[in-house]
Design a protein around this ligand. Structure first.
Ligand code: HEC
Length: 88
């Protein structure tokens, strides 16, 4: 996990994106991005960029892309307290 987070930093993602309160604010907060985007959505976004986001398709290694995607996919909101106790 720490290694995955480092790619987020070395590729400059952190300059524009917040994760758990750390990072830049030019792009959306990605703290819980795993809840809203699928694996392929994340890959497409990194490779193609966006309106105000650079495309990384030509500057990212396949293993870095895989690490970044795994890292972002794991960013999910903790289960709401109410749901954890329903089976009691
Ligand atoms: C120069 C600033 C900048 C950099 C660097 C940047 N982004 Fe972004 N990113 C944005 C902006 C701005 C958006 C919002 C949509 C748009 O403008 O296209 C965005 C959108 C996204 C989204 C979609 C968020 C959503 O809610 O749908 C993801 C995922 C994402 N970026 C991941 C990354 C990753 C991973 C990196 C590093 C490889 C990165 N970004 C680097 C600015 C940046």
């Amino acid at each position: 996990m720490a290694r995955h987070a480092r790619v987020f930093q070395t590729k400059g993602c952190l300059n524009c994106h917040l994760i758990s309160g750390n990072g830049g604010r030019r792009g959306p907060d990605l703290t819980y991005i795993g809840d809203t985007l699928s694996e392929s959505d994340i890959i497409i976004r990194i490779v193609n960029g966006g309106v105000n986001m650079p495309a990384f398709g030509n500057s990212i290694k396949p293993e870095e892309l895989a690490q970044l995607t795994a890292f972002l996919q794991s960013r999910k909101r903790p289960m709401p307290a109410g749901l954890e106790t329903t089976h009691r």
